[in-house]
Design a binder for this molecule. Structure first.
Ligand code: GAL
Length: 405
């Protein structure tokens, strides 16, 4: 029997474009319409209409926090035109959560951009950061009094690499130079947004907010102990896992560390060259582990190792995503339980983990992978939009209710 700290945050996450439906003003929608993405998000989970029903389920599951994103392209569909009805929508969303005793954890940027922003060059163009800051200013002035936890940018490196290096997400580029530029611009945008959010809270005499990013961390492990592989593991851990956190820590713009963790990345580099060193993984089934339905390796111990790796910052940690897509709900519970045990182990070792947010509350639109992967604690029938709570969700609910696993 393991006990989690009192006041531990228990919850699940979503992001606007993946669940709301009809986000017609963003770059993803345009790419989907143009046939550049295999499946279109369409009405997704109709969460825009059904949020209260979904939050009622989260409440029944004893969640005391919920992570979601505010869709920039809804709030500002044309440059400079903020839509008051959409601001009211998100006011209701936050009020609904709070009425259930669920603390909102609000993401400002979760992969999507307003179409007008990407038309002008998006995150490659450093001159456009000011628009993200104006949106941040607007949202934080509106909702600051109701929100303590902010995430400025979700997985900056996943975004920059999928959109600008791998050519998988809009605008589907393959340029190392642009990837570096976007990554740099996202770091700058976070630093400025962090300062802005704190300034607004101070001006309004609000208690200090907790502001961070959600960093995707991967357990990079050696397939074979060759020199290339060793160098690659070292580089990927330094650049992919720690570069962003290091930089923001150095600039004193992190109140906690938000970590999204899914599993192991088994490194096996084919030949010398920067792309190989940064991207190659083992193509064979060496050192096999259990896998999710997308073939990602399940590796709970990796989370423990990464939590140890961020101990040096001496900041609180929030697990802002951890989850599995699978058709096997017993495996989902094993995944959750085993990760919780590793988190508990890290807490025993003195790492200040504040909470656990499962990805995702409901099945949803998994970007370029479409609707097939099912990550939800709650099953969604996309035909009828009916929700059904999975047994794994009930098991997690027992842990969140008691704080004991
Ligand atoms: C994260 C991302 C989420 C979700 C999840 C599962 O990288 O923040 O939007 O898609 O992965 O793949």
């Amino acid at each position: 029997m393991k006990e989690f700290p009192r006041n531990f945050l228990w919850g699940a996450a979503t992001s606007a474009h993946q669940v709301e439906g009809n986000n017609i003003y963003n770059d993803w929608w345009l790419a989907e319409e143009a046939g550049a993405i295999k499946e279109a998000s369409g009405r997704a989970c109709s969460h825009y209409e059904l949020y209260s029903e979904d939050f009622a389920i989260a409440g029944q599951l004893h969640h005391n926090c919920h992570r979601f994103s505010i869709e920039w392209s809804r709030v500002e569909p044309q440059e400079g035109n903020f839509d008051p009805l959409e601001i009211e929508h998100y006011r209701k969303v936050i009020a609904d959560l709070k009425s259930r005793g669920i603390q909102p954890v609000v993401t400002l940027h979760h992969f999507t951009n307003p179409a007008w922003f990407s038309r002008r060059g998006g995150w490659v163009n450093s001159g456009l950061q000011k628009y993200f800051l104006r949106f941040t200013d607007k949202i934080v002035r509106e909702f600051g009094a109701e929100v303590k936890f902010w995430i400025t940018i979700n997985e900056p490196l996943v975004y920059s690499s999928h959109a600008y290096l791998l050519g998988a997400w809009p605008p589907k580029k393959r340029s190392l130079f642009e990837t570096a530029r976007v990554t740099f611009n996202l770091a700058q945008a976070h630093i400025k947004a962090y300062r802005l959010i704190h300034k607004i809270y101070k001006e309004n005499s609000l208690d200090k907010p907790m502001v961070s990013i959600a960093a995707n961390l991967q357990a990079f492990e050696l397939c074979r102990p060759t020199l290339k592989n060793r160098l690659s593991v070292y580089l990927r851990h330094k650049l992919y896992n720690l570069y962003f956190i290091d930089e923001l820590f150095r600039r004193k713009t992190l109140d906690y560390i938000g970590i999204n963790y899914y599993g192991r990345n088994l490194v096996d580099v084919e030949s010398w060259g920067i792309r190989h060193l940064l991207l190659d993984t083992c193509k064979y089934n060496h050192h096999p582990l259990r896998k999710n339905s997308l073939g990602w390796d399940i590796y709970p111990e990796g989370l423990y190792k990464l939590l140890l790796a961020v101990k040096k910052y001496n900041l609180p940690v929030l697990i802002t995503e951890n989850g599995i897509c699978t058709e096997d709900d017993d495996l989902r519970w094993d995944y959750i339980r085993e990760h919780l045990l590793q988190i508990h182990r890290a807490i025993q070792d003195g790492i200040g983990v504040m909470g656990y947010i499962y990805w995702s509350l409901i099945d949803n639109f998994e970007w370029d992978k479409g609707f097939t992967p099912r990550f939800g604690l709650v099953h969604v029938d996309y035909g009828s939009q009916k929700r059904s709570v999975r047994p794994s969700a009930e098991k997690l609910a027992q842990v969140s209710a008691s704080g004991i696993i």
